[in-house]
Design a protein. Structure first.
Length: 132
């Protein structure tokens, strides 16, 4: 009986420690590095695939289960938006997932000059590296 109580108490302490560790992870700034990065979510990417690519880009904060739990809590597991995102300093796991869900992508500017022919437009579009 005493061994069972000790085991239950140990599990409670471990559970509390994990919950506190998770709470710190959720709102702690991510180590992005210098310079800030561009991260792309592609059509058909699952959450786990996005997480693997985040890891390969140098974001190593938190356990995968923490990321999945946070995405589940926020309801974003299946609602990630396709696009390029700026990974900036001060970004937390919660704010990153919110950004991916809301589709707050990088927006590029391109000016079409009045009087351009289609040939001029095509030539100018070819010089913009962010367009494919």
């Amino acid at each position: 009986m005493m061994a069972l109580l000790i085991m239950v108490a140990g599990m409670a302490v471990a559970g509390r420690w994990l919950w506190q560790d998770y709470q710190v992870f959720v709102d702690a700034p991510l180590a992005i590095g210098e310079p800030e990065q561009v991260f792309e979510v592609k059509r058909g990417d699952s959450f786990r695939h996005v997480l693997r690519r985040l890891r390969s880009s140098g974001i190593d904060a938190g356990r995968d289960t923490y990321w999945e739990l946070l995405a589940w809590q926020m309801g974003v597991l299946t609602r990630l938006q396709v696009g390029e995102y700026a990974l900036s300093h001060g970004l937390t796991p919660r704010s990153l997932l919110h950004k991916l869900e809301q589709g707050k992508v990088i927006q590029y500017r391109f000016t079409i000059i009045e009087g351009w022919s289609v040939r001029d437009l095509r030539r100018a579009l070819l010089t913009v590296p962010s367009l494919t």
